[in-house]
Design a protein around this ligand. Structure first.
Ligand code: FAD
Ligand code: SAM
Length: 658
């Protein structure tokens, strides 16, 4: 796997982009948009199929070769004109993403698509390998772009396609793409009856598709092209029969199946950043959501005065399957889209000082393969210039990072239509009756009744019976809020060492953090913890630490994080523990057999254990859950999904019994 990417090399001849790498054009001189409509939209019968979708239905298009995004633009144009109440999910792969300037130039050819083109340009991901999820709630649509080779994409994709757009360059110019693996991969990722269309009529493509189970027809092509191919999956085999390595058959204990629901109504327990993001994304998709919060929103771990969105970029070998990297990129992309007036997001850039362990980390970091727009190594002079203060060490500079005002952001998320927030309302027990969960309070009063419950109450989830055996740990932490002084006020960026310091917040105080005390639940602010935060800062910058007032004058806030043993969130369906231990007991001897499907408690989900990074992680975590509940293409690879699955700990427990 090579995660190093580069932009496409393009020659422009008037308005026609020519790919130097493939010796071919991106779109036809005879009218690229008309060709896209004729070949991909009409031959996949999208106008008819879009018009029959109901609210709550999704439609998934998978494309090979995103290029300029012309096919996506044309599809979006049709989608919007049809005003379907469903959701459109468009997934595409691109090995050589266009540079933003080339994208802009190509888009200028199609003024009719300007609204979609502008939206894409604003959200266009940086040159980072792997999945990037772009959400367009205003058009009830998602775009999932995978930057990398199709050979890395297909085995990672978790989706069921309704329609395929096969649009790599011509098979004789790009034989590496048109392989048997492409055709069998398509069949395994298709819904029964899925359709395909491609501009080519090459015999090798026709035979490959037919061999993988597609009924293939030659139909008239566009413009000067006499013929093209279209058709549908003839065999009614489900993906899992064709690809035993996928999902159920391989590791049933990590299964994620879309639940069958009579009503799209969920109860979310907890109104921190995890609960708020979950509620928000479901509400955008038309779910009715009841949020139950024991106190008020953003008063648990999510209630600090400022949260840093600290970047976690992956080492090259893990870049395609890295939850933290994908989560951070999604979070900052979406925060950038918030209207600037009163935005809770402050992109001020972040300097990671290369002291102690960080100096070694920097050597391993993938920054050599990443664009400078994302991360760059700076000498002390340059770092000092960015920071606005003298610094003595090298630093990594993350220009896109920033800090967030948590409470304002969480309030905004919870204001989405469709969300009912009930505060001072603690969930004490969950009881299932028929297809519904009853969420009960301490006196047995019914707080909510609905088919889906998502528990986002951090470490307190363990008070609920079904969650009692999850290995969640409470970790106390304290942030300090010293007043800005003449010596600290010039700080213009986030400064990270073993801890972090924000520039002065609107209240005239910095946010300096954070202590880390596993196993402690107490939340009284302690002077000793202020001292610890100051000592950490002093190690990185003695002058800055000494410029602050004595700790006796500091204010602060302590709260409790929720952490899992592998530091990753716990996200997804909650199994029935007794049935689970019984179903997979054979794994303690490593027995190879056909294990049964995951015995879930139907409709019960977790979004927990965000540790020290909830503000970077919660958006993608919630997007994954929403995708799971609505049967959408997932925004991350199967490996990432597995790494977050609540069952992972219980399987490890069974294996340890050996
Ligand atoms: C000192 C400190 C500094 C941090 N700094 C950062 C940072 O800079 N950047 C960053 O990304 N992360 C940071 N974190 C981590 C981040 O705060 C957490 O990852 C994040 O807040 C977790 O969000 P959550 O929604 O899972 O939990 P919480 O915010 O704790 O929310 C859980 C909610 O559930 C409610 N609840 C609990 N039980 C019930 C019940 N029975 N019924 C109803 N409601 C219930 C609680 O009242 C609470 O509101 C920091 C954490 C600490 C402690
Ligand atoms: C004809 S162009 C696509 C046109 C595109 N659909 C559009 O609307 O602009 C083919 C695209 O496939 C990409 N591509 C070619 N081989 C690929 C591979 N092996 N993996 C992923 N993408 C590939 C090319 O970089 C190029 O952008």
């Amino acid at each position: 796997v090579s995660p190093s990417l580069r932009h496409a090399s393009i020659d422009w001849s008037q308005d026609t982009p020519f790919a130097r790498d493939f010796d071919d054009i991106y779109f036809s001189r005879d009218g690229g948009a008309d060709e896209a409509i004729h070949v991909f939209l009409r031959q996949n019968r999208l106008p008819e199929r879009f018009s029959t979708l109901q609210a709550g239905n999704g439609f998934t298009v998978v494309e090979t070769g995103f290029g300029t995004g012309l096919n996506w633009l044309a599809t979006m144009d049709l989608w919007q004109r049809q005003a379907s109440p469903g959701w459109l999910h468009y997934v595409s792969v691109e090995k050589l993403p266009l540079a933003p300037a080339d994208l802009l130039r190509a888009h200028a050819c199609w003024p009719a698509f300007t609204a979609f083109a502008n939206a894409l340009q604003h959200r266009y991901p940086p040159l980072v390998a792997g999945f990037h999820r772009l959400v367009f709630p205003e058009w009830r649509s998602t775009l999932t772009l995978f930057f990398g080779d199709i050979a890395d994409f297909l085995p990672r994709l978790e989706a069921r396609a309704d329609a395929w757009f096969l649009d790599g360059f011509a098979p004789d110019r790009n034989p590496e793409m048109w392989t048997p693996a492409l055709f069998t991969g398509m069949a395994s990722l298709s819904k029964p009856g899925a359709t395909f269309a491609t501009f080519t009529a090459a015999g090798s493509v026709r035979r490959g598709l037919a061999g993988a189970g597609f009924a293939v027809s030659k139909v008239p092509g566009h413009g000067r092209k006499r013929e093209m191919l279209s058709g549908s999956l003839a065999l009614r085999q489900a993906a899992l029969e064709i690809r035993p390595d996928r999902g159920v058959a391989a590791k049933p204990w990590l299964q994620r199946l879309q639940p069958e629901l009579a009503e799209r109504h969920a109860c979310v327990i907890g109104a921190g950043i995890a609960g708020a993001q979950t509620a928000h994304r479901l509400a955008l998709r038309g779910w009715k959501v009841t949020v139950l919060e024991r106190g008020l929103p953003a008063q648990g771990a999510s209630g600090n005065p400022g949260a840093v969105l600290y970047p976690r970029l992956a080492p090259p070998a893990q870049a395609l399957d890295n939850f933290r990297q994908a989560a951070w990129l999604l979070a900052i992309r979406e925060l950038e889209l918030l209207p600037p007036e009163d935005s809770p997001w402050h992109r001020c850039g972040l300097l990671q000082l290369l002291t102690g362990n960080h100096a070694e980390d920097a050597e391993k970091l993938p920054h050599a393969n990443l664009p400078a727009a994302l991360v760059e190594r700076l000498c002390p002079e340059e770092a000092s210039r960015r920071a606005g203060l003298p610094l003595q060490v090298d630093a990594l500079w993350y220009p896109l990072a920033g800090w967030l005002a948590p409470e304002a952001h969480i309030q905004q998320l919870l204001r989405a239509p469709g969300i009912t927030l009930r505060t001072q309302c603690a969930a004490d027990r969950l009881e299932r009756s028929g297809a519904l969960w009853h969420v009960l309070g301490r006196e047995g009063e019914v707080l909510a009744v609905c088919p889906v419950v998502i528990v986002a109450s951090a470490h307190e989830a363990m008070n609920l019976k079904a969650f009692a055996h999850l290995p969640l740990q409470a970790v106390r932490g304290q942030v300090s809020s010293p007043r800005a002084t003449p010596g600290s006020l010039p700080l213009a960026t986030l400064l990270c060492h073993d801890g972090y310091m924000t520039p002065a917040l609107p209240d005239g105080r910095h946010c300096l953090g954070a202590t880390f005390q596993p196993g402690r639940h107490d939340t009284i602010v302690l002077t000793a913890d202020h001292e610890e935060n100051r000592a950490q800062l002093r190690e990185a910058s003695p002058a800055l630490a000494d410029s602050l007032e004595p700790v006796a004058a500091w204010t602060g806030r302590a709260a409790v994080r929720c952490q899992s043993p592998d530091y990753l969130p716990v996200l997804g369906p909650i199994p029935d523990r007794d049935a689970f231990l019984q179903a997979y007991a054979g794994l303690s001897d490593g027995k190879v057999m056909a294990y049964p499907g995951l015995p879930v408690l139907p409709g019960l989900y977790a979004n927990l254990a965000h540790g020290s990074q909830g503000f970077s992680q919660a958006a993608l975590a919630a997007e994954i859950l929403a995708a799971e509940l609505d049967g959408e293409p997932f925004p991350v690879s199967r490996k990432v999904l597995d790494s977050l699955h609540p069952s992972r700990f219980w399987i490890r427990e069974i294996r340890r019994r050996k």
